[in-house]
Design a protein around this ligand. Structure first.
Ligand code: SIN
Length: 496
């Protein structure tokens, strides 16, 4: 199929602040163009959006050295309240530039403009949250068992952090990590996603404008995995925070063990979404629409398996299908679109394979089911009924707009089926029975529960999984501690 005309050139020139569209690395406090570049695609048209500097091993090494220097010269001498003020200024600049940031995000990721704007605000919320958390980081005074002795603790920054983020949330996954890192007093070296580096580069420009000392943030876009591995193996890096696949997360954990780095891993999910017979069916449909089709089904917390109790299954399936019919698939920047494309061709192929596998084993298409004959990486929002545990969709994360409906008989069955996965990120269920709400919330083996809601993400909510979905919490009152060491100070012989 011939490529469509690029309309992104027009969109970029219409930005209020076109300088936010940056293609260079940011190393040692300077925008650093590299001769070697790699192409970034616009998913809505499958055409090249731009070329970004491709960092090599020596760029990562320089960035790490420079971040260490910033750690020693700047962060060792600032107060939490100074860091909080800088983060507040950065938050204000993100909000002031939210429209431009949303256009850039929509172009590189494909999500619709309202969704992209929502993500920019979500991204800013982590900066303002951690601006406050910076100043609420307390140590303890502990009664000592030794006479004439005082025992206290202080929280110290872990040191230079490597931040590696995914393409599905090009802005919010950056800020959810570097917000707490900077608040704690850690400089960061970021490898932004190679599919969507532009949001990170624009956010970095605004951070520097807000007054963050340039060397505290380094951004190294790359396609070179060997070069990026320096972030995991360098003894100068103290902590890694990674969001991405379980497969890659396990490799990083193994590599990081070489220098015993602190590691936070937010990995794959296979979220169950359970609808009990006693649920409010409209509420359940609303929840499924949000947590299945948000970002075209490309979130780690997406409902991946919809378990619906037998009695309510026909009504739920019919109502969900009706709602899905109203989704308008189209280019992210097109005002009429409510469902954008997937990130690339491989993502489309994966959804196709999951649908084909389910159909070959007896599932039925209620709506959608194929990639449309259209430019860009699109897949129709899809609902499948008659899905069973022997199908690939029950085991693997689809990461696309496919809602597979399984039926179950009893509460025990639902819990057993929901927990029958190596993943444990999010789980959702709908029921009006308060006792059941408490029981099921305790029995689902996941890090995050949505009961009678599909919305669980917020800066104040601890984000993170259990089992092979990783470890560590982001956001919330726990997020800062991921970037801090607790030091105990025992002062003895006070009266001698
Ligand atoms: C993710 O998919 O990794 C993040 C989703 C969210 O923050 O809601």
């Amino acid at each position: 199929m011939a490529p469509t005309t690029n309309y992104h050139t027009n969109a970029i020139s219409k930005l209020k602040n076109p300088a936010l569209f940056i293609q260079d690395a940011f190393i040692d406090g300077k925008w650093t163009p590299k001769e070697k570049k790699f192409d970034i695609y616009e998913p809505s048209t499958a055409t090249v959006l731009g070329q970004v500097s491709d960092c090599a091993l020596d760029d990562f090494q320089q960035a790490i050295f420079s971040a260490v220097e910033a750690q020693e010269t700047y962060f060792e001498s600032t107060t939490a309240s100074q860091r909080g003020s800088l983060l507040r200024k950065w938050n204000d600049l993100i909000l002031a530039n939210a429209d431009d940031l949303a256009v850039i995000l929509s172009l590189e990721n494909g999500k619709t403009l309202p969704e992209a704007k929502g993500e920019v605000l979500y991204a800013a919320s982590f900066i303002s949250w951690f601006a406050e958390e910076a100043t609420r980081s307390y140590g303890a005074s502990i009664p000592s068992s030794t006479p004439h002795t005082t025992l206290t603790t202080v929280r110290e920054p872990v040191g230079v952090c490597a931040i590696i983020t995914p393409w599905n949330f090009p802005a919010a996954m950056i800020t959810r990590k570097i917000g707490p890192a900077l608040a704690a007093g850690c400089s960061v070296v970021i490898k932004p996603p190679s599919e969507t580096p532009y949001s990170c580069l624009a956010l970095t420009k605004l951070a520097i404008e807000a007054g963050l000392p340039p060397k505290t943030i380094q951004v190294c876009p790359t396609k070179d995995r060997q070069a990026a591995a320096e972030l995991i193996t360098s003894p100068l890096i103290s902590k890694i925070s990674f969001t991405g696949s379980t497969e890659v997360g396990k490799k990083f954990a193994q590599l990081a063990a070489g220098t015993l780095k602190r590691v936070s891993l937010e990995l794959g999910g296979n979220a169950p979404f359970i609808v009990f017979d006693d649920a409010d069916v409209d509420l359940a449909v609303e929840g499924a629409m949000f947590c299945k089709y948000r970002c075209s089904g490309q979130t780690c917390v997406c409902a991946n398996r919809l378990y619906v109790q037998k009695g309510i299954a026909p009504a739920f399936t019919a109502k969900l299908t009706e709602k899905v019919k109203t989704l308008q698939m189209g280019s992210g920047l097109d005002k009429s679109s409510t469902q954008g494309p997937l990130v690339n061709r491989a993502a489309v192929d994966k959804v196709h394979q999951h649908v084909q596998d389910a159909l070959s084993r007896g599932a039925k298409i209620e709506i959608g089911g194929k990639a449309p004959d259209k430019h860009g990486f699109f897949f129709e929002p899809t609902v499948l009924s008659g899905v069973t545990q022997d199908m690939v969709v029950s085991k693997e994360e689809t990461f696309g707009p496919l809602a597979p409906i399984f039926q179950f008989e009893t509460e025990q069955d639902a819990i057993r089926l929901a927990n029958d996965t190596e993943f444990g990120l999010a789980g959702y269920f709908f029921s009006k029975d308060v006792g059941r709400v408490m029981r099921v919330a305790h029995k689902l083996k996941v890090g995050m529960i949505g009961a009678n809601t599909g919305k669980i993400s917020a800066p104040e909510a601890p984000f993170g999984g259990v089992k092979e979905s990783g470890y560590g919490k982001e956001g919330s009152l726990y997020g800062l501690a991921e970037y801090q060491n607790i030091k105990s100070i025992t002062i003895g012989n006070l009266d001698k």
